[in-house]
Design a protein around this ligand. Structure first.
Ligand code: AMP
Ligand code: ZN
Length: 475
């Protein structure tokens, strides 16, 4: 069973083959820290975490880098040569605070959310402002090699020098120009050229470099330079959300290939946008939700983690509060599998044959692994885990199988990270009432048995008599 991934660059599923045996080098585009990231952003970041965890499940060492964009991401970012205000600076002006203070504050919130959402720490979280020197070196190299040119304090990438420009997104340079909605900058040799470095006296976050006193980097060069500095010229996988395909990743591919002489990443993977209330999240609709908003409605961070990972990363998923209620119930069922396994191993209702249910477990494991190996098909993998609940409720699982099932369930949750597998539950009172009911039944004291059952029902406990004993669950 090989891990297959969908490569946006070649538009096909390919077997994942790391360049170095046993090691996967992965770069994830991170947040632009001009606000607390919203739940849509977290779909992309949790997809990156799922990918990392799956690679680890497969036994690979994952060298993962997720950047923090704290300068240079302009508001009109859907065109290659983005224009407008720097998102961070615009926010700084709105809040009347220093831009560096703004990015520090929102970075802290981002890290807090990531921790709450159970995201594993990557190897590095570089901030763009800490890699200005590396960006300048790369830009100079592009100029020397004839792929970029200076106009005063600005430097542009010359797209005509990289014929593969447009391969990732399917955009053709000619169409880009014709369809351009921004006024063409007359400085540029070709309208589709994009800025690597900009100079602007009025910019608040600016650096003195060989290009002049008041410069700042273009957003695209940031990721090319940070990936190179931390992971090398060529990496295995580069990820982002679907809006990163163009222009951000298209431009990264061009710059890096021209500066380094090798392709930046072998595989490009993109998460589809999360929808909220069936459409795009928008401030005017008041549905740009953050993790604290979700928690404010009584959900835990792990409910959101489940909600964002439950669908395949390349399919559309929707977020509504009604869906969150369903998510809570579904996650309770997954938690219950662990509770039932623990209870069985603590002397609860096990099938007489210790090997009973072996085939069910084998099917669960293969269903889970086949799902995840198929381009991280989480819904298939989840359905496999959910399939364990019924045989446990029916007392059809033997002790030896339960032992292995619990070990597997822990490993599966190393991948998903939203199930409570080993939560201690204080079940003593319930167990005592069940034991009292069993003893009463044995003594044919039916009224005492009924009284014990009524007490359990009042506690919200549902009993199921199986040939192998009583299985109980909270309603
Ligand atoms: P930004 O902070 O705008 O740089 O975005 C950070 C990451 O979140 C990028 O990889 C985006 O593609 C991704 N992203 C933004 N909105 C959504 C969304 N609604 N669903 C999924 N990913 C998103
Ligand atoms: Zn990026």
């Amino acid at each position: 069973m090989t891990f297959h991934v969908y490569n946006t660059l070649t538009k096909e599923k390919v077997p994942f083959e790391p360049m170095e045996a046993g090691v996967a080098r992965v770069y994830n585009c991170g947040p632009t820290v001009y606000g607390r990231p919203h739940i849509g952003n977290y779909r992309s970041f949790l997809f990156a975490d799922l990918l990392r965890r799956w690679l680890e499940y497969l036994g690979l060492e994952v060298q993962q880098v997720m950047n923090i964009t704290d300068v240079g991401h302009l508001t009109d970012d859907d065109v290659a040569d983005s224009d407008g205000d720097d998102k961070v600076e615009a926010q700084a002006r709105r809040e009347q605070r220093d831009p560096f203070e703004i990015t520090r504050g929102y970075t802290d919130m981002f890290l807090e959310d990531m921790k709450a959402l159970g995201v594993r720490e990557p190897l590095a979280r570089p901030r763009a402002t800490e890699y200005i020197d590396e960006m300048v070196v790369m830009v100079e190299k592009l100029i020397e090699a004839g792929h970029a040119y200076r106009v005063g304090g600005n430097v542009y990438f010359d797209v005509s020098t990289y014929p593969a420009y447009g391969r990732l997104s399917g955009n053709r340079v000619e169409d880009l120009v014709a369809g351009s909605r921004v006024e063409v900058n007359q400085e540029k040799r070709h309208p589709a050229d994009f800025a690597l470095w900009k100079s602007d006296e009025a910019h608040l976050m600016k650096w003195e470099t060989v290009f002049g006193p008041d410069g700042f980097p273009g957003w695209h060069i940031e990721c090319s330079a940070m990936a190179k500095a931390l992971l090398g010229d060529q990496i295995d996988i580069h990820t982002g959300g679907e809006d990163n395909v163009f222009p951000h990743h298209e431009c990264e591919i061009a710059q890096s290939a021209c500066a380094n002489g090798v392709p930046l990443a072998n595989v490009w993977m993109h998460a589809k946008f999360l929808q909220v209330d069936g459409g795009k999240m928008s401030k005017s609709l008041g549905n740009v939700y953050t993790l604290p908003d979700v928690e404010g409605r009584g959900f835990e961070a792990r409910h959101l983690r489940f909600a964002l990972l439950r669908g395949h990363y390349r399919t559309q998923i929707n977020f509504t509060w009604a869906i969150m209620d369903e998510i809570r119930a579904r996650l309770e069922n997954l938690d219950e599998v662990a509770v039932l396994l623990h209870r069985l191993l603590d002397g609860g209702a096990a099938a007489a044959d210790a090997e009973a249910g072996r085939d069910v477990l084998a099917k669960t494991i293969s269903g889970f692994e086949e799902g995840m190996n198929d381009d991280l098909n989480a819904p298939v993998a989840l359905a496999a885990l959910e399939g364990l609940r019924k045989p446990l409720l029916e007392g059809q699982v033997g002790e030896a199988v339960a032992q292995d099932a619990l070990a597997f369930y822990r490993r599966a949750n190393e991948v998903f990270g939203f199930i409570e597998v080993d939560k201690q539950t204080a079940d003593g009172e319930v167990e005592a009432l069940i034991a009292a009911r069993n003893a009463a039944k044995e003594a044919k004291d039916w009224s005492a048995a009924d009284a014990a059952r009524d007490a359990l029902t009042a506690m919200g406990i549902e009993l199921q008599d199986t040939p192998n004993g009583v299985v109980w669950r909270r309603k």
